[in-house]
Design a binder for this molecule. Structure first.
Ligand code: MLT
Length: 309
């Protein structure tokens, strides 16, 4: 009998087509990510579950998933999967670490530019017919120091793009070798050094026990006056309350956030502050990235279900 896969989030149709072409019996139910009772009711029928971020794969769901062999996350972060419960149940959890890295890096660069030139506020004001030409004084990126926290797949693309913009790039990443830093043309620094030197900081680390609150109240107090902070990685990396206070006092000049401690974020201490640019976790939201992650997750899951590889 063909293995059965359930797609419970909005995944590109490419994934569904690949599953079919590979001989997998696939059900496309993108509405189920938000209906956990229904999902729990039917999950027992499936060998594979393909998700994005809306489906929360809890220990309770895994307990009901008696036939489940693999969970495929079309994207990078697997924070919405209880990996410990999956591992105990012998269920493999796979992600697609490369499919949306360019798109996310480009979003971080866009956010940095948007906050440097106050583009969202200038846009709203101009649409409102105000023509406030003298209100929006920005800063140049050229020759400014960009502090990149995390120089992995996404962070290293950000370093490359920022160097193209003629920024001086410094990077904090315990896993970055001196050799790789030299090759990338970035200066490897420790976190304290980055905090005091950077004119812009961008975060590109997953949320772990080591990185949670990496921009804590204490670290925010160390930042160079006038710094602008970009977070397109994960909510929980920054103390949003402390950052809001630093923005109000003028210590931090701006922030651009795509991710929040609680998502979906309908409230945040950062909302409605001047020169704070916010987007609703759009880091992977391009047609190219969504095609890539859908294709990759469907291929990987099919390989595993059909051949065990
Ligand atoms: C990811 O982990 O791939 C990104 O944060 C994108 C997403 O969750 O949609």
């Amino acid at each position: 009998m063909a293995p059965k896969v359930l797609v419970s989030d909005k995944l590109s149709e490419t994934a569904v087509q690949i599953f079919r072409d590979r001989g997998i019996d696939v059900d496309f139910r993108p509405d189920l990510g938000k209906d956990k009772e229904k999902l729990a009711e039917i999950i027992g029928d499936y060998d594979g579950l393909a998700i994005r971020s809306a489906t929360k794969v809890t220990a309770n769901l895994i307990e009901k998933a008696k036939n489940l062999k693999v969970i495929g996350r079309a994207g990078i972060g697997v924070d919405n999967v209880d990996r410990e419960a999956a591992s105990k149940a012998g269920v493999i959890v796979m992600n697609t670490p490369f499919g949306n890295m360019i798109t996310t890096a480009e979003h971080a660069i866009s956010m940095m530019m948007a906050v440097a030139r106050q583009i969202p506020e200038a846009n709203a004001s101009t649409h409102a017919g105000k023509w406030e030409k003298s209100r929006f004084m920005g800063v140049e990126l050229t020759s400014k120091t960009l502090g990149v926290v995390g120089a992995g797949n996404i962070g290293s693309i950000v370093c490359d793009r920022a160097k193209g913009l003629k920024m001086k790039v410094i990077a904090y990443d315990p896993f970055l070798s001196q050799e790789k830093a030299d090759k990338m043309g970035v200066e490897k620094v420790d976190l304290d050094d980055l905090l005091v030197r950077a004119d812009f900081i961008t975060l590109h680390v997953p949320l772990t026990d080591q990185t949670r609150n990496i921009l804590s109240r204490e670290n925010i107090a160390k930042l160079k006056k006038g710094v602008r902070i970009v977070n397109c990685a994960r909510g929980g990396l920054v103390d949003e309350e402390a950052l809001a206070e630093a923005l109000k006092s003028g210590h931090v000049a701006g922030a651009a956030f795509d991710v929040f401690a609680v998502e979906p974020a309908t409230a945040s201490p950062l909302f409605n502050l001047p020169n704070v640019v916010v987007t609703p976790h759009l880091g992977a939201a391009t047609t190219e990235a969504q095609e890539n992650v859908a294709l990759q997750v469907a291929e990987q899951m099919s390989d595993y279900l059909l051949t065990g590889a």
